[in-house]
Design a protein around this ligand. Sequence first.
Ligand code: MG
Length: 428
Amino acid sequence: MHRNFEKLQKRSHRHLLLSLIVDIYLSRVLLARLFFCVNPQSFYRVWEMAMNRIDSESGGQSLAWVDERERLLLAPYAMFSADSRGRTHQEPHHAYRGPFQRDRDRILHSSAYRRLSGKMQVFTGEMGDYHRTRLTHTHEVATIARTLGRVLKLNEDLIEALALMHDIGHPPYGHAGEDALDECIADIGGFSHNQFGLTIVQEIEIRFHDFPGLNLTYESLMGQTCRVDKELKGQKPLLEVQLVDAADSTTYDAHDADDAIKLGLVSIEDMKHLELVDECLHFVKRHYSSLNPELLRKALVHRLIERQVTCLLSHCQEELRKYDFKSVEEARSSEFVIGLPAEIAQQKQQLEQYLYEHVYRHPSLIKIREQAQARVKEMYITYCENPSLFPLKYQPRAERVGVRRMAVEYIAGMTDHFFEQTYKNAHS
Ligand code: MG
């Protein structure tokens, strides 16, 4: 009798617990339904955030982890991820990637970035297997910029994003192609690869369902905007932006000299009178008794980069110590600029002038350059006269920006090889 009573008591406890669980479940469903009826958009937003929390596994919805790491490694004048002004279209934070890391990844995965592998750095008419392309140039810039950024304790993630983006708007045939396209639409604002880079990441690349572009952070976009307008009033670039600019010129001075020597456009002997080259050659010869021509060229290029990077770092470290900036704003409102000390800057300018006159304007390249520009202009006219030649997905943009600008943008997006094929098909 007593045992039966205990059994009944246990069963009724179980029923009570079960009915309590069912009650709680039903009341939550009712509340959720009520919330959805009152404000469906907020309901979906909460749901999306909950799902994101599950998807990101670690459950982080804040930048705490990234911020903690940056506070340990970066200087007070660096751009901290937590201080970013965010994105045009708000997104939840990622659990283990900071905002500038995400910018970098979005650029890296864009199709415009991949096409840089088919665009020549210095236009020579032939895509040699060993010469720099826009992609390898970009990698070299990013590598040098990260080295500089790490020593100066700046934000390497932002630096890398800026470096990977900086040449994304280059058209086929290098600056020759850019000049031709600029002439085509000079009366409606012209064309520049820096501006087109910004257009690509803001309007042309498609990554999201609801809006165009990569939805990069304000800081990454402003970095590219500073490249478009170097005199941007009241908007002195972040130190990270200045640093990528310095890394860009250090990189192309060295590798353009390397490619030019290798292509036989100039020789080391021709360049010996340049102060920077002379100093580097003396350094190489002091350390290596005899080198064959190939190793001498490589050692010279290595020293050219090393010399500029070392001079820039020691100069900037000394200046930064003197200024002792406590914030990004202090650094931006000061006279300090990331760059070389005056003497080396002057030597570098001498080298750049030489490369301009003897490599970029080399007599053997002039004819190839002119032919390429004529073809670019011909294709521009072909597209303007036959807008139906644009792929279907570009038709809405052609209506929005006009056929002439669309023709320029479509050509600018092509690789050297794709342009040649398209030209042949159009004129066969
Ligand atoms: Mg560049």
